[in-house]
Ligand binder design. Structure first.
Ligand SMILES: NC(=O)c1ccc[n+]([C@@H]2O[C@H](COP(=O)([O-])OP(=O)(O)OC[C@H]3O[C@@H](n4cnc5c(N)ncnc54)[C@H](OP(=O)(O)O)[C@@H]3O)[C@@H](O)[C@H]2O)c1
Length: 334
């Protein structure tokens, strides 16, 4: 194509007007870009991260593609809330391609499982191919204290460590979320039976301190990132609850919330292991939980960060507030 050669000044102004036209087109594309935000692991239990992220994004009026494994009442609830529900397995590359294609931003998280690293790598390969603009990766706080020389015995933490490494090499625009232990995912299922039946938190956590965080808060941080990812690209967000305290302090918060005495009983690790095995939990999860207990006794869960408040403008939920909200599961208030 022939371009008439102009005067030097002209070519400069041509360049400026072409650049302006390009910027205007890019801006209008961005404004009309209604490609969905993909949320994986979107079914989850009540209070699970993916499910809450999907709900929060829909509340903001953003288009959400919610990935679930099967068609059930959780899928129906997501659809009723306005999400585009897609079925798939994160360990099946063709499923991942179909689900990711057409999305610009992704929350990637799924249940603790032996295939976690493989699922992360499959997601990374697909996200590179379809040129995703932001990938929010769920990880764990312990990873900040891990290295090749200093690993842990948890197969899940090892996979998160390697996943973070590989994502850093991938060239993708990643935002890393490293929460400490979840109130919903750990304290609710694993302490409610003994608190309800015996008024005791029975865990082999020694005298170590901990600062559990509500997944509701973690999800609020992730939703804020996905709604406006550019300022967060490349960042790592460590998320904890509002204070770090030993398990006697945790038990006092339970007592305040339930208006009855709850005490901490530091049980032998072998008893807890026997108990976990009786529940029929998968071996991968049991090994992870036993590592968590070891790290707790070693003071490795004594961590504090103001990430939740900084990112959402609201302080992180306290244990007392959490137990009050779920009082029935803990045997009710007196
Ligand atoms: N629990 C904690 O204390 C804690 C603390 C820090 C970080 N984390 C991290 O948080 C993440 C877990 O978050 P969460 O508790 O919100 O998750 P979750 O509820 O346990 O799992 C989310 C969903 O993942 C889905 N899923 C599992 N395997 C899948 C597969 N192959 N393909 C597609 N979907 C699959 C499950 O589907 P189904 O419901 O159909 O099984 C589930 O609904 C993990 O990365 C974990 O390391 C957890």
């Amino acid at each position: 194509m022939h371009h008439p050669r102009g005067e030097p000044g002209e070519s400069g102004s041509n360049l400026i007007s072409v650049t302006r036209a390009f910027i205007v087109r890019r801006n209008s594309e961005a404004m009309t870009d209604n490609r969905s935000i993909l949320v994986t692991g979107a079914a989850g239990r009540l209070g699970a991260v993916g499910r809450t992220v999907a709900e929060l994004l829909l509340d903001r009026g953003l288009p959400v593609r919610a990935m679930v494994r099967r068609e059930d009442d959780r899928a129906a609830a997501l659809r009723a809330a306005g999400a585009e529900v897609v079925l798939g397995d994160l360990l099946e590359p063709a499923d991942v391609y179909r689900v990711v294609n057409g999305c610009r931003r992704i929350y990637f998280g799924m249940s603790l499982s032996p295939g976690y690293l493989e699922a992360t790598m499959t997601m990374a390969a697909v996200a590179r191919e379809v040129e995703v603009e932001a990938l929010v990766n769920m990880s764990q706080m312990t990873v900040s204290q891990m290295s090749i020389q200093q690993t842990t015995t948890s197969p899940q933490q090892r996979q998160h460590f390697l996943s973070e490494q590989a994502l850093a090499w991938s060239g993708l625009q990643v935002v890393t979320i490293r929460p400490t232990v979840f109130l919903e995912g750990f304290f609710l299922p694993l302490t409610s039976p003994s608190v309800r039946d015996r008024g005791r938190i029975e865990l082999p956590f020694g005298q170590g301190k901990t600062s559990p965080v509500a997944t509701a808060d973690v999800a609020r941080v992730i939703a804020a990132v996905l709604a406006d990812p550019i300022p967060h690209l490349g960042r790592i967000y460590e998320l904890t609850g509002p204070c770090s305290q030993d398990m006697h302090g945790v038990a006092r918060e339970y007592s305040d919330a339930l208006n009855r005495e709850v005490v901490y009983s530091d049980i032998p690790p072998a008893d807890w292991e026997r108990e976990l095995k009786q529940t029929g939990l998968p071996e991968h999860l049991i090994r992870h939980l036993l590592t968590m207990a070891d790290l707790n006794r070693a003071g490795r869960y004594d961590r504090m960060s103001d990430g939740v408040e900084r990112m959402t403008g609201r302080p992180a939920m306290s244990i007392r507030e959490f137990v009050s909200l779920h009082a029935d599961a803990f045997g009710g208030r007196r």
